[in-house]
Write a protein that binds this ligand. Structure first.
Ligand code: CP3
Length: 348
């Protein structure tokens, strides 16, 4: 039976119903490729001021929706607001990415706060309420957090590194201390996600950007298990909560991740192997992805082919069309329009 198109395609895909035209949004859709974002970013001063001024965060969240009418909006914030609320110093240097005070010894970890100061995150909730109030009711609003592993990699190293070696070393040398960071992040992420649902988020995404640097045993312990606890903790209070996991680079470990964590959908990067995904992932949950952000920069025939590959590979099942990672600042807006036109002309 052909699927029936719904007025809430994003949430319906998460609830188990394939859509004839896949719903579409983009990771980092509010960002530097948009002139209106760059303008407000300058006005706000620092990146954290932009995140924590509800009026600005709500406006930036809505900018890509006004331009492109995506099927979902993601609240404008960052995964590092949780360490900030835990009392760690977090700054974003222009052109350099995040900087934190490194949490790089067991002694420092022993002094880590166990409970975040959620008053510091109240502006995020306020931004969610504002966006939900203004957004078309058929467009979903996504709340998010970083997965404990990925957030911990930045907390330990104090910055992004090519392979997050400092956190991997900490996990091998001081697994008990490292587990303490993970436990703190699990508990506080559950509270934070529940707060976002209460403030109006319709679904949640857990970003595990650095999952792919872990060998299988470590992946099970530091990516799968903490994510499973977060999903269970959120659903204990909000049983129907819809949750998307993004263990970037998990590759052949994706089926195990999906089975153990209980997520409703998994976001896949562009290197995913289509038959493995269809047979062992999409058979259980919805799939989100996985256009290469560089194809979106390239445009032209290469972009059309890359879009068609995603549709051919996954639109026969439950698909949320997205990128395999965030959109890059140098992406031409015309290429985003080309992508949307092609996806929405899909005849499935
Ligand atoms: O539109 C959206 O997707 C919502 C907003 C969002 C941001 N960060 C805004 C942002 C989301 C969902 C994130 C998640 C995030 N933040 C992740 C996981 C997803 C991913 O992209 O891997 C990670 C690892 C971070 C940490 C982080 N924040 C880094 C490494 C950087 C620097 C890299 C960069 O792109 O500059 C940031 C800064 C950041 N977060 C920007 C934006 C729009 C750019 C900052 C600016 O405007 O100057």
């Amino acid at each position: 039976m052909p699927p029936i198109s719904s007025s809430k395609p994003f949430l319906d895909v998460l609830s188990g119903h394939r859509q004839p035209i896949p719903p579409v949004w983009m990771m980092r859709q509010a960002g530097r490729y948009l002139p209106e974002y760059r303008e407000l970013r300058t006005k706000a001063g620092s990146f954290l001021d932009l995140c924590f001024t509800p009026e600005y965060a709500a406006e930036v969240t809505l900018q890509p929706i006004r331009r492109f009418n995506f099927d979902a909006a993601i609240i404008f914030s960052d995964i590092l607001v949780v360490p900030h609320a835990l009392g760690r110093a977090v700054r974003f240097e222009i052109g350099e990415g995040p900087r934190l005070d490194p949490l790089d010894t067991p002694d420092k970890i022993a002094a880590l706060a166990t409970q975040a100061d959620f008053a510091k995150l109240e502006p995020v909730y306020e931004a969610l309420r504002r966006v939900r109030g203004e957004l078309d009711p058929n467009i979903a609003l996504i709340g998010f957090c970083g997965a404990p592993w990925t957030v911990a990699t930045y907390m330990v190293a104090g910055q992004g590194t090519p392979d997050q070696a400092p956190a991997r070393m900490m996990a091998y040398r001081h697994p008990d201390a490292f587990a303490d960071i993970i436990d703190v992040l699990v508990e506080n992420s559950i509270q934070y996600l529940l707060g976002q649902l209460k403030a109006g988020a319709d679904a949640l995404q857990i970003f595990d950007t650095w999952a792919g640097v872990l060998p299988p045993r470590e992946f099970e312990r530091w990516s799968i298990e903490p994510t499973r606890r977060i999903v269970a903790g959120v659903r204990a209070k909000m049983p129907g909560a819809k949750i998307i996991g993004f263990p970037r680079g998990a590759g052949a470990l994706l089926p195990a991740y999906v089975e153990a964590t209980g997520v409703d959908a998994v976001s896949i990067d562009w290197a995913a192997e289509p038959s493995l995904i269809r047979e062992r992932v999409q058979s259980r949950v919805a799939v989100q992805g996985n256009l290469d952000p560089l194809a979106l920069i390239a445009g032209g025939g290469a972009l059309d082919r890359a879009i068609d590959d995603v549709l051919t590979n996954y639109a026969g099942g439950r698909l949320i069309f997205n990128l395999g990672h965030g959109i890059l600042p140098e992406t031409p807006i015309a290429h985003v329009e080309q992508m949307l036109k092609r996806v929405r002309a899909y005849k499935g």
